[in-house]
Design a protein around this ligand. Structure first.
Ligand code: ADP
Ligand code: MG
Length: 392
């Protein structure tokens, strides 16, 4: 079993908490703070229950200590959200002598945020010495960083092997919801996949085919399927080396009795440009020189219709180039349709979550997964090293 906070005797103990505070920071200020808010229940429960909290996260992809990747702005925002002081020391990274002294001085029932774990190259190598230094900061360990659980790093996997550990509330909820999708979804179960690449989502399709009723494939991915069926897709994005895989998935869906929906028409333009001149074409007859950049009006109408009656919906990946108007319309329309369904709805993936947030419909979705890559790997049926290390 995976222990959670109620299995961990944390009162008056020092608890090291791995969170996912990998948030956008610009000019020293945190932009979207969704991930920080998502960790608050765990941090509050620990602090209210008398623990002394030392939390840590990576931020971006720094190559060693780097001023623009410091955790200072994150500590500031966390302090605002918690309404209490968050101790933070800018330093060279985890395990530095200054950091060890700073953590050693932490008063009882305080909260400290460590410097960016990726300032130390040993983090990504899951170095046992670094894990041991981190483990020395506390008596117990909590992992609430579902978004980083698919990586075996010192702060996720390594340290969990050294201390009595548990999953935090966010991690617990992610495992419960995604576990339900894999093991016992209420049917009809309809899955919508979009985004850039077929290759990112093959594993998910293969693993879920046995338990879903209808599969909707949109976004750039759809054109690889259209081309595999002999369609003309103009200059749309395509993965030519995945045409065979697409053919096989089409056949396997048919065998499994899963209805496959592709967008019947596409909004096309010569280039991805805001306000570009657009035209609508059947998705398997796109003229040369044009790219399919969004689901067309017929596709949207028929998908909305086909989604009715679903009891469970999982959606990953935008259905068009939603970052550029007017190619956001298909994604917005389907976001609205999903939000209005009387079904258990789950959205995962960095860009799809951004798209749902942009429509303001996020509070009408039952679960928004904070872990893009991690949620996909989980749905592929892969074991997540950060989760497995918690198992008792
Ligand atoms: P997520 O982060 O939700 O898992 P992906 O990263 O797989 O999603 O894909 C998101 C990207 O796919 C976005 O940048 C979007 O612009 C792009 N995309 C979607 N549809 C198309 C399309 N028809 N042509 C080109 N790019 C597309
Ligand atoms: Mg993405």
């Amino acid at each position: 079993m995976i222990p959670t906070l109620q299995d961990l005797p944390f009162e008056n103990k020092r608890v090291l908490v791995r969170v996912d505070f990998n948030v956008p920071v610009k000019g020293g200020v945190v932009g979207d703070d969704t991930r920080i808010r998502a960790a608050l229940p765990t941090l509050r429960e620990l602090l209210d229950g008398g623990a002394t909290v030392v939390c840590m996260s990576h931020l971006g992809r720094p190559k060693g200590p780097q001023d623009d990747a410091r955790m200072g702005p994150v500590a500031d925002r966390l302090s605002e959200l918690l309404g209490r002081e968050v101790r933070y020391l800018a330093c060279d990274g985890p395990g530095s002598r200054e950091q060890q002294a700073f953590v050693g001085e932490a008063p009882d029932n305080s909260i400290t945020l460590l410097e960016n774990t990726r300032f130390d190259a040993r983090e990504k190598k899951n170095d046992p010495e670094l894990a041991a230094v981190l483990a020395g900061y506390a008596e117990l360990y909590v992992n609430d960083a579902f978004g980083a659980a698919h990586r075996a790093h010192a702060s996720t996997e390594g340290v969990a092997r050294l201390l009595e550990s548990a999953a935090g509330r966010l991690m617990e909820r992610e495992l419960e919801v995604l576990g339900r999708l894999v093991e016992s979804p209420e049917r009809p179960f309809k899955v919508i996949l979009g985004g850039a690449k077929v290759s990112d989502k093959i594993g998910v399709i293969e693993n879920l085919l046995g338990s879903i009723d209808e599969l909707f494939v949109g976004g750039a991915m759809a054109y690889t399927f259209f081309k595999a069926r002999g369609g003309e897709i103009g200059d749309s994005l395509v993965e030519d080396e995945k045409l065979d895989v697409a053919r096989e998935l089409i056949a396997r869906a048919e065998e499994a009795g899963v209805e496959l929906h592709l967008p019947s028409d596409s909004v096309c333009a010569a280039e991805v440009e805001a306000g570009a001149e657009t035209s609508v074409h059947p998705s398997d007859r796109i003229p040369a020189g044009l790219k399919g950049l969004d689901a067309g009006p017929d596709a949207i109408a028929s998908w909305k219709e086909a989604l009715q009656g679903a009891k469970t919906v999982f959606w990953n990946g935008p259905l068009g180039v939603f970052e550029v108007e007017p190619f956001d319309e298909g994604t917005r329309a389907i976001a609205k349709a999903v939000a209005e369904l009387d079904a258990f709805t789950v959205v995962g993936g960095g860009d799809s979550v951004a798209a749902i947030n942009a429509t303001g419909l996020d509070d009408r979705i039952d679960h928004i997964s904070t872990g893009g890559g991690a949620s996909l790997e989980f749905l592929e049926g892969s074991e997540l090293p950060g989760v497995e290390a918690l198992r008792r």
